[in-house]
Design a binder for this molecule. Structure first.
Ligand SMILES: [Zn+2]
Length: 287
């Protein structure tokens, strides 16, 4: 019948609170952070096992990226690392819009993209900078440059060997030219450390790019790298577009750089302590 078309349909009203209660909780109650997924082979790894293996996948050997705190824990003798200049903060020299908010939103314990200080390796004291890619992609601004320079000067004054674990997306664009001049400042301090006959070991970790690669990462007396680390200056696409050529698959990987002579050795994380200890002893460094 035509009039049936105009009959109001009847709806029952269900309160949303009632609705929620009636849906059974089906998700298993797994505490977050218990399992980690390997980015390379997708295996699920129990968080505690991952920590015990120094954050290296037991299935495929993939080296997870470490923040500075984790790096210190897996590398130095227990509780020997003393951090210097933790409270240095940037003044936002260019008044870059949104920079302060970006700095506050970082999710790592580090107060800047590098942690500097002294620590012990089998009892030998070394000056060490550890870059943190979880802090604004390890970008190098004035504070990063200042902390690393002060550390090198401390090493020179105290006749200490120097180590820098690099991890960086490059210069920090929010600080423009102030960021770029850190390359020269650090390099000048490194030259004085070298003139004093002291040893500098650079350890490249994933990723080491831009201005860091163009300066102190490649100025080590000995340059080591973790396996499969991305190491480069400009990005792959930029280079391909400039030279109009296709680059090999492993281009900018640690293994490719080793082949071309830019890196002295690729060292797995589990062997890094032993390797650096041996280098220190060979160079006459004693505790
Ligand atoms: Zn894996």
């Amino acid at each position: 019948m035509l009039k049936d078309l105009f009959v109001k349909r009847q709806y029952a009203t269900v309160k949303s609170s009632t609705l929620k209660k009636s849906v059974p909780e089906e998700k298993p109650n797994i505490p977050s952070g218990m399992w980690e997924k390997c980015d390379k082979c997708n295996s699920m790894i129990y968080a505690e096992d991952l920590e015990n293996s120094k954050f290296v996948c037991s299935t495929c050997g993939h080296h997870f990226r470490l923040n500075a705190k984790e790096r210190i824990k897996v590398f130095f003798d227990k509780d020997t690392f003393k951090e210097f200049w933790k409270d240095l903060k940037t003044t936002n020299p260019l008044d870059f819009k949104g920079y302060e908010e970006k700095l506050k939103s970082t999710k790592t314990d580090s107060t800047e993209a590098v942690v500097t200080g002294v620590g012990k390796l089998n009892g030998i004291e070394v000056a060490c900078a550890i870059m943190d890619s979880f802090f604004m992609m390890g970008s190098m601004g004035t504070v990063v440059g200042e902390k690393i320079t002060r550390l090198i000067e401390h090493a020179t004054e105290n006749k200490l060997p120097l180590m820098i674990f690099t991890a960086s997306g490059g210069a920090r664009m929010q600080e423009g030219i102030f960021s770029l001049m850190q390359m020269a400042k650090i390099s000048a301090a490194l030259a004085k450390h070298s003139e004093a006959g002291l040893l500098y070991i650079s350890i490249l970790t994933d990723p080491t790019t831009g201005g860091v690669t163009a300066s102190f990462a490649m100025e080590g007396d000995i340059i080591l790298s973790e396996p499969n680390a991305l190491i480069g200056f400009a990005g792959r696409r930029v280079i391909e577009n400039t030279i109009k050529e296709t680059l090999p698959d492993n281009f900018q990987k640690a293994e490719f750089l080793l082949e071309k002579g830019f890196v002295d050795a690729i060292v797995e994380r589990k062997n890094m302590r032993a390797c650096i200890y041996k280098i220190l002893i060979l160079h006459g460094v004693r505790n």
